[in-house]
Design a protein around this ligand. Structure first.
Ligand code: ZN
Length: 293
């Protein structure tokens, strides 16, 4: 998805942290208990992800240099800041107006490298992108975007990256709405609260994409241009790549629906599309029968 080159993205709340902090984190990841419901994948990727150098790791430069849509089109860290600026403006209006939720921004959107300390414990790049409810911070290591392409087979592209961010932002909205706790009941399976929570976050991501071309900076310039069919396909490809069935097939060689936490590839694409076409009020994954989920 393309930013308008003259859009002002400087209001995006984004930081960089966690370079080589030297924290030793074992495969067990104590962080998982709290975080697992809120991360994108819900599986421990430690064994799956290579530690290879990213071709698109965030440049070692200041996020403060990311000022315009042009910057966002050229640099992944600036793209993150641009997405944050747009998501923030979108939800500040849509959460109260369409969902009746009092909205407050996340405390931060942290781009981290290798490992990071959070209120949910320590995490590494292998944890995947996640939202930590106690500190209300979204954490993303942008090297994940390379893995999404190389390990999970997503098509790549800027909207695939921003879908990931928008999904985590959706968890923040759920946290404000008081629905995120529902996912922490420890249940798994095709109709579990965990799956309902994750599909709603996908739907919220789609809702933002659907409205992104009408979401404007303080000067009235839309942050983003209307996504093309190919760009929406990028987002759907990413949503499909992180479906429970797809990941289980790849990592275990079989699919075990009773352990689903995030929904199938088909469901994740479908709920993204529901949000994209109908907006956030259509994202009622908790109110419908399991057979319709
Ligand atoms: Zn999630």
């Amino acid at each position: 998805m393309t930013f308008n080159p003259n859009a002002d993205i400087s209001g995006g709340k984004t930081s960089k942290r966690g370079r080589n902090t030297g924290i030793a984190v074992g495969g067990g990841l104590g962080v998982v208990a709290l975080v697992i419901v809120a991360q994108l994948l819900g599986v421990d990727l430690t064994g799956l992800l290579g530690g290879g150098e990213s071709q698109e790791s965030a440049p070692d430069t200041s996020i403060e240099q990311c000022l315009t849509g042009q910057d966002a089109n050229e640099r992944v860290d600036c793209r993150m800041r641009g997405a944050a600026a747009s998501l923030e403006d979108y939800w500040a209006a849509a959460a109260p107006q369409e969902l009746g939720i009092d909205y407050a921004a996340p405390q931060d959107f942290a781009l981290f490298t290798q490992s990071v300390s959070t209120a949910c414990g320590s995490a590494t790049s292998a944890t995947g992108p996640f939202y930590c409810p106690p500190d209300q911070i979204i954490y993303v290591d942008v090297t994940f975007f390379d893995e999404l392409e190389s390990q999970f087979g997503a098509s790549g592209g800027s909207l695939a990256q921003m879908y990931v961010v928008a999904h985590e932002w959706g968890h923040h909205v759920q946290n404000l709405a008081g629905t995120l706790q529902a996912a922490q009941d420890g249940q798994t399976g095709p109709t579990s609260n965990s799956v309902r929570t994750e599909l709603q976050a996908d739907c919220f991501a789609g809702a933002w994409v659907g409205a992104a071309a009408e979401t404007r900076d303080d000067d009235g310039v839309p942050f983003l241009q209307q996504p093309t069919v190919a760009e929406v396909a990028d987002a759907l490809s990413a949503a499909a790549a992180v479906g429970d069935d797809r990941i289980q097939e790849a990592t275990q060689g079989q699919v075990s629906p009773h352990t689903f936490t995030h929904g199938t590839s088909e469901q994740r694409q479908r709920w993204f599309t529901v949000g994209y076409e109908q907006g956030p009020t259509a994202c009622d994954t908790f109110g419908i029968d399991g057979a319709q989920l």
